[in-house]
Design a protein around this ligand. Structure first.
Ligand code: UDP
Length: 404
């Protein structure tokens, strides 16, 4: 009988699915038919209105009102508030989440989503027996309190600051491990030689290539940044990935450019594009940063989602893997400066970017999950169920006090 692994994720941005798929494929590569993986979008399929629209609402909010997202993130980012907020969402989604666990019986449940961590744990605690629960934190540094649930059997974090946040949340050090962020096992293997990658992609063989991306959804001021670089008439080629942002793609395609430009929609061969490029201009997405490090691609960060991505900027800058350039003009300045340093300068920056790479993270995470898949189901005794009832009345009181 294969070991059943259930991944709980949501398509809020591209990173959660990417992380779950990376771990799933590492598990399959290592354990073949002995493992069976399922993946569910906990918001889309097992939460009521309005949460079921989180995959649409999240990129919309980031693109239209980033500051409100930041305020919500900061307000909810204490141990107590995160718990109250997650419990409140849980109350609305409880029946559906319990159905999810019935529909996907598993030997181990893995959460790769901050908010869904507490929700899934809570639903499991209502079962008489529950499978082991592993949390894989897919934000890099400034991790939200939502990620940390003391009842989780294992919490795998990407960096030391993320582990320290876990300690603040009351998780014991021995319950956690620093692995790095999971990047698809094929990513490293698919990194072609630069010249070969360029030839396959039909890019200019000789001009330095600036690759631009704004996460899976084409978020942030990508268009303005591209125009600022364009205005410098640099000796380079500009490669812009609009992701799922169709409006942005059309706008880019309709514009006139001073240097060779290629515009892509959502690409499925990121390793090839990163291998072919010399500089990556991007928002501070955790998956993109981790992939760029493995590709040895130095970063110019033009944007960070307030809250969860802000710490990523310091992480990149402190480790000399890239620079922060928060305005289109500053991005153009940095690109111009980097290109003026020639091939030797780009090589130095590329080596620095590679120094933060963790290509083994995905294998270490897969091994941990495999280990937990072999542990017996855990009895959630009556005390826990009673505790749940007490927690619930406490929550109702907290909610009442917030509205008083
Ligand atoms: N990505 C992709 N194709 C695209 C754009 C992005 O495969 O056209 C992937 C990218 O390689 C990364 C993920 O989407 O794995 C983006 O994750 P990140 O954490 O950087 O940002 P998010 O989209 O979650 O905000």
């Amino acid at each position: 009988m294969p070991k059943r692994v259930l991944f709980i994720m949501s398509d809020t941005g591209g990173g959660h699915r990417a992380a779950a798929e990376a771990i799933r494929d590492a598990l399959i590569a290592k354990y073949g038919d002995e493992v069976q993986c399922q993946m569910v979008d906990g918001f889309r399929h097992y939460s009521p209105f309005p949460f079921k629209y989180m995959p649409e609402f999240y990129p919309w909010l980031i693109n239209h009102s980033k500051s409100s997202w930041g305020v919500g993130y900061k307000l909810s980012n204490t141990r107590r508030r995160a718990k109250v907020a997650a419990q409140a969402i849980y109350l609305t989604a409880e029946k559906r989440l319990k159905r999810m666990l019935r529909e996907y019986p598993a030997d181990v449940v893995v959460s790769v989503h901050s908010v869904l961590t507490h929700l899934a744990m809570q639903a499991m605690m209502a079962q008489e027996k529950r499978p082991p629960f592993v949390v894989v934190v897919t934000d890099l540094v400034s991790t939200h309190m939502f990620w940390y649930d003391r009842r989780a059997d294992r919490t795998l974090v990407p960096t030391l600051p993320a582990l320290e946040r876990g300690l603040e949340a009351g998780i014991k050090a021995e319950q956690m491990r620093i692995t790095g962020l999971p990047v698809h096992p094929q990513f490293e293997k698919k990194l072609l030689d630069k010249a070969v990658a360029r030839q396959q992609l039909g890019w200019d063989a000789n001009l330095p290539a600036i690759l631009m991306v704004g996460g899976g959804e084409g978020m942030g001021p990508l268009y303005k940044v591209a125009r600022a670089i364009n205005s410098r008439k640099l000796k380079c080629q500009l490669i812009i990935i609009a992701g799922r942002n169709k409006t942005l793609k059309e706008k880019l395609e309709e514009s006139d450019w001073n240097q060779p430009v290629k515009v892509y929609g959502f690409v499925t061969d990121m390793p090839k594009l990163m291998a072919a490029a010399d500089i990556l201009v991007t928002k501070a997405g955790p998956a993109t940063i981790s992939e760029a490090a493995i590709a040895g691609l130095p970063l110019i960060l033009f944007d960070a989602i307030p809250g969860q991505e802000e710490g990523n900027v310091d992480f990149v800058v402190e480790n000399k893997a890239g620079e922060y350039a928060p305005t289109p003009k500053q991005v153009a300045d940095a690109a111009q400066q980097w290109l003026s340093e020639g091939a030797a300068g780009l090589k130095r920056r590329s080596d620095a970017a590679r120094s933060i790479a963790k290509p083994n993270a995905v294998w270490e995470i897969a091994e941990e999950i495999w280990e937990y898949a072999h542990k017996p189901a855990i009895t959630t005794n009556r005390r826990n169920i009673l505790k749940d009832v007490v927690e619930r009345s406490k929550l109702l009181n907290s909610l009442q006090s917030l509205t008083d």
